[in-house]
Design a protein around this ligand. Structure first.
Ligand SMILES: Cc1ncc(C[n+]2csc(CCOP(=O)(O)OP(=O)(O)O)c2C)c(N)n1
Length: 685
């Protein structure tokens, strides 16, 4: 993608590389497995694994500290294939390196329940660190891995005991670098001087649609220099000495991340496809595979053939890499002896165990302290639990003063204060989301990040991946409705709640008062199997003074906030700031002799997980329901029944004081009262 380069229109000439025989076979086996697997699956991306095989080979046999027998060993080097479509590069490498990935797994590439999905998926294939495929995310995850390493090293290493000490490597393609997230994440990494982050740019001048000269003329090296990275070049990825020299230079530069611009030929060795976009994402075809194997001097026609010499060579070299694990184990024992408390704490954090005393640290509110915006209550809760939960680290995308995400008195994570737990992510929501994912997957930290709810759109791809990966991350989304007032429709979320609630495995919590905020944070801090979005108001909320009810109810997603003593005539459902509107409507209805139950619904996902009996106890069958939320009504239709009414917003908001907006857009107790009466009068909405 460099300014000087132009993409070749036709296949480039293939020049075989001369290696010692075992090395040649070891590298070519990665290539042949990739082409055979794509051919068998009749789909996939052969060209990029074929090109990058020497780099993966050199990383896994010569440079990385890793142990196939312990893929999750804490101090391993991390490798992220940001160009996730080239997944066979990882699968072939892991198989040959001796990870628990069989040849049959590779034969089953892209098949139902196989260990080799189309794109690498964490927790699915041992040795895969993060799920990649949406281009650019992996690069930003890698930044998060490097952040977590630097932070934990500062917290836990002691003189003579560098117990957290590993590198993060990534490979990014043109696609990753064209995506905007790469700018945000790389800018952050450069500013943070993450010296143990080493990236390779797969500079092959090709994307799907053709040469990169169709769409891009960036000078990648200049771009990364401008971010404060060291930049290096490898003129030909097949030059193993050049790879070694670049990695040595990358490691020698400890105060900057390094980007190594690496020239490659997509579809390396394929007589008719090398250097063309045809090599990117389709099977080569049996004839072309044979020709390509011939060009390598490959003697076997049988697909998926792994020469003994290749396997033996991989295993011999990887055994030396695995020795780094044994060596670390020795150092870990010495650390345990010298620093038993720190060692136990690091172990706890790596295992994701909750700290002692967490439950008791959650604050309680009263009539004086509780009459606050839910974002303010959130700041109080965060500061109360921070001292007992040091792994809770995070900040905001430049809205810390609004999101109230700062742990008071604690330093910021900066090059000169790596132990700092407060993070200034800058105005980089998308990268913030993906960096948080990397930090969570690394282990040892539970990251949180704040912005306005409306800007969750800017980080949505990373939120989706957090949910897909089951990453324990927490979003602090404030200014959660038209209730933010004067900033106007650009800043007022309408469809965002419904859109977030659609993401599988994302818990969305919109607490209604300070006590519900406490309970929402309790869930967020302890819910380890996926992300949690806390959705909080800018404006003040009433305090309900029902802490025990909130404690029992919030975790069930919805619960009875106010009930009648006799029969229930109508059920009013609401979340967050609209619960107090529902309570006001209930009072008005009572004057007219109508008994309304108010159900506070902080999390529709949690409520959906409850058993039918509980759900029916909260929402009795046959009783009319009215739901109110200052947002798109889409989320509520499941809960109101065929004849229910949702009072929501199906337009954009406007710039005005929030009280006016609620009136003008009809998010009022009067609207709820009228709807309830309409339902009770004729049973139809
Ligand atoms: C965010 C995102 N947009 C689009 C795609 C679809 N896609 C997959 S690979 C690719 C081209 C990437 O080009 P490059 O990074 O140069 O990969 P190479 O051709 O070298 O394999 C595209 C557009 C994607 N995976 N992610």
């Amino acid at each position: 993608m460099s300014a000087a380069s132009s993409a070749p229109a036709t296949a480039t000439a293939f020049v075989p590389t001369s290696y010692p025989e075992a090395t040649r076979l070891a590298i070519d086996t990665v290539r042949t497995l990739a082409m055979d697997a794509v051919q068998a699956a009749e789909s996939g991306h052969p060209g990029t694994p074929m090109a990058l095989a020497p780099l993966a080979y050199r990383l896994y046999t010569t440079h990385m500290r890793h142990d196939p027998a312990a893929p999750a060993w804490a101090d391993r080097d991390r490798f992220v294939l940001s160009a996730g479509h080239a997944s066979l590069l990882v699968y072939g490498t892991l198989h040959l390196a001796g990870y628990p990935l069989t040849l049959d797994d590779i034969r089953n590439f892209r098949q139902w329940k196989s260990a080799t999905p189309g794109h690498p998926e964490v927790h699915h294939t041992a040795g895969v660190e993060t799920t990649t495929g949406p281009l650019g995310q992996g690069l930003a995850n890698a930044v998060g891995f490097a952040v977590a390493e630097a932070h934990l090293a500062a917290q836990f290493n002691r003189d003579g005991h560098a117990i957290v000490d590993h590198y993060t490597y990534f490979i990014a393609g043109d696609g990753c670098l064209m995506e905007g997230i790469s700018h945000e994440a790389s800018s952050f990494a450069g500013h943070q001087k993450l010296g143990k982050l080493i990236g390779f740019f797969d500079d092959n001048h090709i994307t799907i649609d053709g040469g990169t000269n169709l769409s891009c003329s960036d000078d990648v090296a200049k771009r990364f220099e401008a971010y404060g990275w060291q930049t290096l070049h490898i003129a030909d990825v097949n030059d193993l000495d050049a790879i070694d020299a670049a990695i040595a230079a990358a490691k020698a530069e400890t105060s900057k991340p390094t980007m190594i611009v690496t020239r490659t030929q997509i579809g390396y060795g394929s007589p008719h496809r090398q250097g063309t976009s045809k090599a990117h994402g389709e099977p080569l075809g049996n004839d072309e595979i044979l020709l390509t194997k011939q060009s390598y001097g490959w003697q076997w026609t049988e697909p998926f053939y792994v020469p003994d010499e290749a396997r033996a060579h991989w295993q011999e070299l990887v055994a030396e890499r695995a020795a780094t694990h044994a060596e670390w184990n020795t150092r870990w024992k010495a650390y345990q002896q010298a620093e038993p408390a720190l060692a136990a704490e690091l172990e706890r954090r790596y295992h994701g165990q909750l700290p002692a005393g967490l439950d008791a640290a959650f604050p309680s509110f009263d009539a004086k302290s509780g009459n606050v915006a839910s974002r303010a209550a959130s700041g109080v809760v965060l500061n109360a639990i921070a001292p007992v939960m040091p792994e809770l680290v995070g900040g905001s995308a430049d809205l810390a003063g609004s999101n109230l995400t700062t742990v008071k008195g604690a330093p910021f994570f900066m090059p000169e204060s790596r132990a700092g737990r407060n993070f200034a992510f800058g105005i980089r929501e998308h990268a913030m989301g993906a960096i948080m994912n990397g930090m969570a997957l690394h282990g040892g930290t539970v990251p949180y990040g704040g912005t306005f709810l409306v800007f969750s759109d800017y980080m949505r791809p990373a939120i989706r991946l957090a949910a897909l990966m089951g990453a324990h991350v927490i979003y602090v989304f404030t200014h959660d409705s038209i209730g933010l007032g004067e900033d106007g429709p650009t800043h007022q979320p309408v469809e965002h709640l419904a859109a977030l609630r659609c993401i599988p495995n994302l818990l969305v919590l919109r607490p209604a008062d300070a006590d519900e905020v406490t309970e929402a944070w309790r869930i967020a801090a302890t819910h380890k199997t996926g992300p949690v979005a806390l959705v909080l108001t800018r404006q003040k909320l009433s305090y309900f003074d029902c802490a025990s009810r909130a404690a029992a109810g919030v975790k069930r997603g919805a619960y009875i906030q106010a009930d009648t003593t006799g029969d229930v005539d109508v059920v009013l459902l609401a979340s967050g700031s609209e619960v107090e509107i529902a309570l006001a409507a209930r009072a008005t209805l009572a004057v007219d002799g109508i008994s309304a139950r108010v159900v506070s619904c902080p999390s529709l996902e949690l409520f959906a997980m409850q058993d039918a009996e509980y759900r029916a106890s909260v929402l009795p069958a046959g009783i009319p329901r009215v739901a109110i939320e200052a947002a798109s009504p889409a989320s509520w239709y499941r809960w109101i029944g065929d004849n229910g009414i949702v009072i929501g917003i199906e337009t954009f908001g406007a710039s005005a004081p929030y009280g006016t907006l609620y009136q003008e857009l009809g998010i009022t107790a009067d609207a709820v009262t009228a709807a309830a009466k309409r339902l009770l009068a004729d049973g139809t909405p």
